[in-house]
Design a protein. Structure first.
Length: 347
């Protein structure tokens, strides 16, 4: 993903910190007002229409399958609720333009802002300004530099992706301590790539393996094909590959087909629908993929509604929306692909 994330790394990822489904299931029974204190959360109360919540949403330019899915999922989610008025700013990779978008939301006195920042550090001051103006900010995927800039932060787990991929490969390779493992990363300068690689290396180390061959691409089809061609030329034998991103994975698979290589299995990353269909077909080296949820902004919209209407989540005893939510990074295989395919994004 192009989503930059910083912050604490977490080793245990096989269980989600909070299930995405929990985001939909809490509120005060009979509550139709705004900013009231919840006392008895219930599924029915959460679904009941309350006062209209005006939410400003600013996200990325849709120049990547996952990023496009982030935007479309947020818009689709808002349409499910009769009490959400979603104001959508044009997607952008320009931090200065995004700052001006948030400033406009502040001037318009929206009730909440859902923000996937182009650059977390650059957007921190204006997000803090919104919070100081009494407008709760839901920080999505790329963290701000200070906790004072957001009411709630919802993240995917980049380190956990690496752990999940490495653990799966360890299980598949069994006791083969001489197995050759390769890694096709994204953009090495991004913290998210560094987190994914660190989690992968840590998981492999736990079973006595390490990354023998590694290249970095750029999250594009062309970059994936070029980097994989380089990798395959340098490594005459490979047992397993982890590719960080399913969008660039289209190019990765093309390079593998062109080289006529099939002695290894591959694990993808992010959870695209085309990767899941490839897994279903059982006709290529792609054996699994690791989810990096494209629902994060949609979840952010739901969270914004709960926060503004003073609602909580029914699966928790806590009567307020949590400060920080980290989503799980599950592995999708032929055994569970039908469960996850509806959530896949199109590359």
């Amino acid at each position: 993903m192009l989503a930059v994330r910083t912050g604490r790394k977490m080793l245990v990822t096989t269980a989600a910190f909070l299930a995405v489904g929990a985001l939909v299931t809490g509120c005060t029974e009979g509550d139709s007002g705004t900013n009231t204190q919840p006392t008895n959360a219930s599924v029915e109360g959460n679904q009941a229409q309350g006062d209209t919540v005006v939410i400003g949403f600013s996200g990325p330019a849709a120049d990547h399958g996952w990023l496009g899915a982030i935007n479309s999922a947020a818009i689709a989610e808002a349409k499910k609720y009769g009490d959400i008025d979603l104001r959508v700013a044009e997607g952008t990779n320009d931090a200065n333009l995004q700052i001006s978008q948030v400033e406009q939301f502040i001037n318009d006195r929206v009730d909440a802002i859902v923000l996937l920042p182009t650059d977390g550090a650059a957007l921190t001051p204006v997000a803090t300004q919104a919070m100081e103006a009494g407008i709760p900010v839901i920080n999505v995927d790329r963290e701000f530099s200070t906790p004072f800039a957001a009411r709630t932060t919802i993240l995917g787990d980049n380190y956990g992706m690496g752990v999940s991929a490495g653990t799966y490969i360890c299980e598949k390779l069994g006791d083969n301590k001489n197995a050759v493992v390769a890694e096709i990363a994204g953009i090495d300068s991004l913290p998210l790539t560094q987190d994914r690689s660190k989690g992968f290396a840590d998981a492999l180390e736990s079973c006595g393996l390490n990354v023998d061959n590694r290249v970095a691409a750029d999250f594009t089809v062309q970059g994936g094909e070029a980097a994989t061609s380089q990798l395959l030329s340098a490594a005459p034998k490979i047992d397993a590959i982890w590719n960080h991103d399913d969008d660039q994975g289209i190019g990765v698979l093309a390079a593998i087909d062109n080289a006529g290589r099939k002695e290894f299995f591959m694990v993808g990353g992010a959870g695209s629908a085309n990767a899941m269909r490839e897994i279903q077909s059982d006709e290529s080296v792609l054996d699994a993929t690791v989810i990096y949820p494209s629902t994060q902004a949609a979840d952010g919209v739901r969270l914004a509604r709960l926060v503004v209407q003073g609602k909580a989540m029914s699966d928790l005893v806590e009567v307020e929306v949590p400060k920080r939510i980290v989503l799980n990074a599950p592995v999708v295989t032929s055994e569970n692909v039908e469960q996850y395919l509806p959530t896949g994004f199109e590359s």
